[in-house]
Design a protein around this ligand. Structure first.
Ligand code: GDP
Length: 211
């Protein structure tokens, strides 16, 4: 690791160890918080592990509610991270196992947000490593491509996979990302439960923070 990398890692650690406060809940595109800081949004299927990952990244047990009632959160929650970055927790999509397409409600709110949010620096799209990219994930990627919002794919729950399964899951998601115009080439493999891959994701996000 170069001294620049070490400095960046330390800055990321500090940023995520500092304050992170809920600032806003938006149920419609007409009442978003002021767009004053760079924003990073988290999206994924319900149950993908989004709340757990947000809590693990910020070192809080209850920042984002771990879903007891999947699919119920229908608002975008905004958190101010150390006065330098806003984290946006978007509602999960496609909970029902049979669900093959994104609900209109999700599409309308999210697409409007993705297209219209000038300060949106990156989207982190979470994919459950045990399942890989499902139809709804691919549709969400398509929406992000259309909105031309740069996004990275992050596998969650990698603690549930063997080393060989993990390599396969990483390989498949990398291949998938290459077919999407707005997907960032790097992918992240994480476990909120075992704190795996969190530092790399923190560094990626912290690099987007206001200085
Ligand atoms: P959300 O609906 O995307 O916010 O997902 P949650 O964070 O509520 O997690 C959904 C389920 O996956 C819960 O039962 C979590 O305990 C479980 N889960 C989340 N992250 C991990 C992880 O890193 N490893 C394991 N093994 N389970 C996880």
């Amino acid at each position: 690791m170069s001294s620049d990398d070490a400095g960046a890692a330390e800055a990321a650690r500090k940023l995520f160890a500092g304050p992170c406060d809920f600032i806003w809940g938006a149920t419609s595109i007409d009442n978003l918080p002021p767009a004053t800081l760079p924003e990073v949004a988290f999206v994924g299927r319900s149950n993908a592990g989004k709340s757990s990952l947000l809590n693990a990244l910020t070192g809080r047990k209850t920042l984002a509610r771990v879903s007891n009632t999947p699919g119920r959160t229908r608002q975008i929650n905004f958190f101010n991270l150390g006065g330098k970055l806003v984290l946006a927790d978007l509602p999960g999509y496609g909970y029902a196992r049979a669900s093959k397409s994104l609900a209109d409600e999700w599409q309308n709110l999210i697409f409007a947000y993705l297209r219209g949010r000038a300060n949106l620096s990156r989207v982190i799209l979470l994919v459950d490593a045990r399942r890989g990219a499902m139809d709804t994930d691919k549709q969400a990627m398509g929406l992000l491509d259309q909105a031309a919002v740069s996004y990275v794919l992050a596998l969650t729950k990698i603690d549930q996979l063997s080393a060989a399964e993990r390599l396969k899951a990483e390989d498949e998601i990398t291949k998938e990302s290459r077919t999407h115009t707005a997907a960032y080439p790097e992918i992240f493999a994480t476990s909120a439960l075992k704190s795996l891959g969190l530092d790399a994701l923190k560094a990626h996000i912290a690099a987007l923070a206001a200085t």
